[in-house]
Design a binder for this molecule. Structure first.
Ligand code: ATP
Length: 238
């Protein structure tokens, strides 16, 4: 009799961001990555950041409002949820800390951390960025550019010895990283939408229909004074 094949419990996909506000680019990304990972994950979790180390914080809406908007944005989307854990921590929100918590909470399960190519190429500037493959596999998506080459180049620069291997996910490229890590490149289309442009348009009272879900638009309307006050701000984060 053969041994039963190893049954690994499904992993989890994690998508961090400011979500200031959440927009259709985030939602399409979440939906298509969730789809691409299929049975490899149980859920894709959107994680609004507490205090981002890399972004200007003046225009950042309070965590509770960004979390509320993000929850409203994903309501009814199967297999996609929101975690508010970064709002509970003091100081800068480091991906290293967030992933460490997930590692502890979900032993034996693979974490798939979603990241755009430009941020992936800058991981050496993140807190313990080059060590992140100890905690997660990367799902890298292009931001604008269409080829996988900048992804492969970034992987080789960050981790000398990284090499192309057979893809695990359909239509993807895969790099094996030294030490056993993996980075998968998914050629998903990038919608020309950004939260900064939406903030600018909203402040000028220009139309933002179809750029953000209606439920988010509604929250922005209800909280108009508070949102306007923050989005006009321009301070630095930690
Ligand atoms: P900002 O304009 O304020 O810099 P943003 O629109 O880039 O914000 P973030 O909250 O910083 O949004 O992004 C969170 C995640 O969503 C990141 O992984 C980012 O790469 C991805 N993302 C942002 N915009 C898009 C988009 N238009 N299409 C697909 N993914 C996106």
């Amino acid at each position: 009799m053969h041994d039963a094949p190893e049954q690994r419990p499904p992993g989890r996909a994690l998508l961090g961001g400011s979500f200031n506000p959440p927009h259709i680019g985030h939602l399409r990304l979440a939906i298509e990555v969730r789809e691409a990972l299929g049975a490899l994950v149980d859920t894709l979790v959107l994680i609004p950041c507490g205090t981002p180390p890399h972004k200007r914080a003046g225009s950042l809406l309070p965590f509770a409002l960004r979390a509320e908007m993000t929850r409203a944005a994903v309501r009814g989307l199967p297999g996609i949820s929101v975690s508010e854990e970064e709002g509970e921590r003091q100081g800068c929100s480091y991906t290293w800390d967030t992933l460490t918590r997930y590692r502890e909470a979900l032993p034996g399960r693979i974490l798939y951390f979603v990241i755009g190519t430009p941020d992936f190429a800058l991981l050496h500037t993140w807190h313990r960025g080059r060590e992140l493959p100890r905690l997660c596999q990367f799902i890298v998506v292009a931001r604008g550019e269409q080829t996988h080459e900048p992804f492969a180049q970034a992987a080789r620069t960050l981790w000398p010895g990284a090499r192309s291997v057979a893809p695990v996910l359909p239509d993807s490229r895969c790099m094996a990283l030294p030490g056993g890590g993996m980075a998968h490149y998914l050629p998903l289309p990038w919608l020309a939408v950004s939260a900064s442009r939406i903030r600018e348009r909203w402040l000028r009272r220009q139309n933002v229909d179809f750029l953000i879900p209606r439920a988010v638009d509604e929250l922005l309307r209800i909280r108009h004074a508070e949102v306007a006050e923050h989005w006009k701000g321009d301070g630095m984060s930690c």
